[in-house]
Unconditional design. Structure first.
Length: 165
């Protein structure tokens, strides 16, 4: 179980950038609804098929668990008729929080790929390093840095606009 930064020199860059761009589309949907712009796409890595996607909807759904990652996991679980989602990669624009990482571990996601770090509440590397803990029953690797500038920039623009209002 480990994490690493991925850059444009990686042989997997184009594939990861493709799926992250779809997660960014989801984040833009959230921003259009005045939700914090975080998007997620869950991919079956064997079929290279999106089986779940989501964007933050905590405000509109009045749901503290309405994070992009949770919505994508719920969609995929309903599609597979199983809460366990082995063989999947979750792409999310921002480093996940503790709740979302816990749900990914419980769902048995194989790999987390995120764009930008979340310095306040990121639970993979920024504040907590939950994926390095040995007490979980499932271990998941992570990659960071895919389209990081675009992912982080979208959040910065959103909060800058909020402060100006």
């Amino acid at each position: 179980m480990s994490g690493r930064h991925i850059d444009k020199e990686s042989p997997d860059w184009d594939l990861h950038a493709h799926w992250m761009s779809l997660a960014l589309d989801q984040a833009r949907e959230a921003a259009a609804l005045d939700e914090v712009p975080v998007g997620a796409v869950l991919v079956d890595s064997r079929a290279q098929e999106c089986i779940g996607k989501g964007f933050n909807q905590t405000v509109s759904r009045h749901d503290p668990s309405g994070h992009a990652e949770i919505i994508a996991l719920r969609q995929a679980g309903a599609r597979r008729q199983n809460y366990r989602l082995p063989g999947c990669v979750l792409y999310v624009t921002i480093e996940p929080c503790t709740m979302c990482l816990g749900a990914m571990i419980h769902a048995r996601v194989d790999l987390l790929v995120f764009g930008a770090r979340e310095p306040r509440a990121g639970a993979a590397i920024s504040q907590g390093r939950l994926l390095n803990e040995g007490y979980f029953n499932h271990h998941m690797d992570f990659l960071e840095g895919v389209l990081a500038e675009d992912c982080g920039g979208l959040l910065q623009q959103f909060f800058s606009a909020k402060r100006q209002r």
